[in-house]
Design a binder for this molecule. Structure first.
Ligand SMILES: NC(=O)c1ccc[n+]([C@@H]2O[C@H](COP(=O)([O-])OP(=O)(O)OC[C@H]3O[C@@H](n4cnc5c(N)ncnc54)[C@H](O)[C@@H]3O)[C@@H](O)[C@H]2O)c1
Length: 217
């Protein structure tokens, strides 16, 4: 594929935003967009957009701009969304249940195929037609179903041991929602999510504005 090695994380983190935006254009029957228009609407510079896309070979045509359909198809491929990764959620508490009920995973091409917990009150119940299984069955389930992604939603104090089970089963990536920095062997990919970080960024921005107002007074 067109993908080069060592794409910066900052570029990768912008790709979902491009995808969301391009999807919106397609939904509004916009078939083509120039890099300057795209950049203006997204709040980047035109050269930033071109540089971002050039990391993957660039998808525009001189004098034409970008075909939204071509952009969409390329972004889907680059992000691996066409692979329909299979995932399981481990820890079906507040967060695990909310994620299990989130229909957008399916729309974006992720297939949730298993739910696991240790609590006997939860094991056997179903969410969106998926039965919650006991954690004892996790390793074999991952092996048998060749699961790609494990979503870690357990308390932090058991995060490492549950991650170890995932890795033993042959998981390829872990979406870690716990506050624990887990360690993994081999080439397992870990992506940590901290909603609170985003809230703190909001807090920082609010604080900046307030400080500015206080200076003016
Ligand atoms: N990253 C974020 O932004 C974010 C947001 C909310 C919560 N969290 C974290 O997500 C995790 C879950 O939060 P929650 O509010 O859903 O907690 P919760 O207590 O409601 O759910 C935890 C679930 O894990 C299960 N569990 C415990 N030990 C287990 C084990 N060994 N194997 C399998 N299942 C096990 C429990 O039975 C329970 O159902 C916590 O670590 C929390 O700190 C992160």
């Amino acid at each position: 594929m067109f993908k080069k090695k060592n794409i910066s994380l900052a570029v990768i983190r912008r790709l979902p935003r491009y995808l969301r935006y391009v999807e919106d254009l397609l939904n509004h029957d916009v078939l083509r967009i120039s890099s300057s228009e795209l950049s203006q609407r997204m709040g980047y510079t035109a050269s930033q957009v071109r540089q971002d896309f050039n990391n993957f070979g660039g998808f525009g045509q001189q004098g034409y701009g970008y075909s939204t359909q071509v952009l969409y198809e390329n972004l889907v491929k680059i992000l691996g969304l066409d692979r329909n990764f299979k995932m399981v959620i481990v820890g079906v508490g507040n967060l695990g249940q909310a994620l299990a009920n989130y229909a957008n995973f399916y729309k974006k091409g992720f297939r949730l195929i298993g739910l696991f917990d240790i609590d006997p009150q939860k094991v056997g119940k179903t969410i969106r037609d998926i039965k919650i299984e006991h954690i004892d069955k996790l390793k074999d389930f991952i092996k048998k179903n060749d699961v790609d992604i494990g979503v870690l939603c357990v308390p932090a104090d058991v995060a490492q041991e549950v991650a170890d089970i995932m890795v033993e089963g042959g998981i390829k990536g872990i979406w870690n929602f716990t506050a624990k920095e887990i360690e993994v062997k081999g080439d397992v990919v870990v992506e940590n999510v901290h909603l609170i970080d985003s809230l703190m960024v909001l807090s920082y921005k609010l604080n900046e504005k307030l400080l500015e107002k206080e200076r003016i007074k």
